[in-house]
Design a protein around this ligand. Structure first.
Ligand SMILES: CC(C)(COP(=O)(O)OP(=O)(O)OC[C@H]1O[C@@H](n2cnc3c(N)ncnc32)[C@H](O)[C@@H]1OP(=O)(O)O)[C@@H](O)C(=O)NCCC(=O)NCCS
Length: 150
């Protein structure tokens, strides 16, 4: 079941975030995305036992929407869950939306495969964009775009 996240879900999301993400979003960042009513979207997917298995956060501004984050609990990855959540979200975008944007680490080939399979195309890159934990180096961000309409 896919639904809009609630404040009471944040602790469970933080726990998944710690296990799934190289640079996890903090409790505060997640809570702010939820409480900010200016265009933020925060969906999560629950298993039949109510356990959260994935979530997606996006920000809509006028006719553009930016996918800020998507993650799947490592115990349930590679089962088509991220694609299902992406397709659900994309099919419910506001009818005003013309373009969907996202950024992804150059090294994150799994996420890039997911985005490409959802129709996104790489259009640009930003050098030294992402912090690398325990390193002074920074990683390139690839910018992907999905044109919905002109
Ligand atoms: C990226 C992520 C969300 C994908 O979630 P997922 O539920 O495992 O993805 P899906 O099972 O829906 O697979 C979608 C596509 O991703 C790719 N993919 C998924 N698992 C893969 C793996 N183990 N190896 C290679 N490609 C893989 C495939 O292209 C797959 O399509 P296919 O099944 O037709 O081959 C998940 O790996 C994750 O949470 N990663 C950590 C957080 C993250 O990096 N988020 C993205 C930030 S930009």
């Amino acid at each position: 079941m896919i639904e809009i996240a609630k404040a009471s879900d944040i602790d469970a999301v933080v726990e998944i975030e710690r296990r799934a993400n190289m640079t996890p979003w903090s409790h505060q960042m997640l809570s702010e995305s939820l409480s900010n009513n200016h265009g933020y979207q925060f969906f999560l997917l629950r298993r039949s036992n109510e356990q959260i298995s994935a979530y997606l956060i996006a920000l809509e501004v006028l006719d553009e929407v930016n996918l800020l984050h998507i993650a799947v609990d490592p115990s349930f990855q590679s089962q088509g869950i991220a694609r299902r959540l992406m397709q659900y979200w994309l099919s419910r975008l506001n009818s005003e939306v013309k373009t969907v944007w996202l950024e992804v680490r150059e090294s994150n080939e799994i996420a890039q495969s997911l985005y490409q399979s959802c129709g996104f195309q790489k259009v640009d890159e930003r050098k030294k964009y992402y912090r690398i934990p325990d390193s002074i180096e920074r990683e390139t961000a690839l910018i992907y775009c999905l044109k919905i309409k002109n």
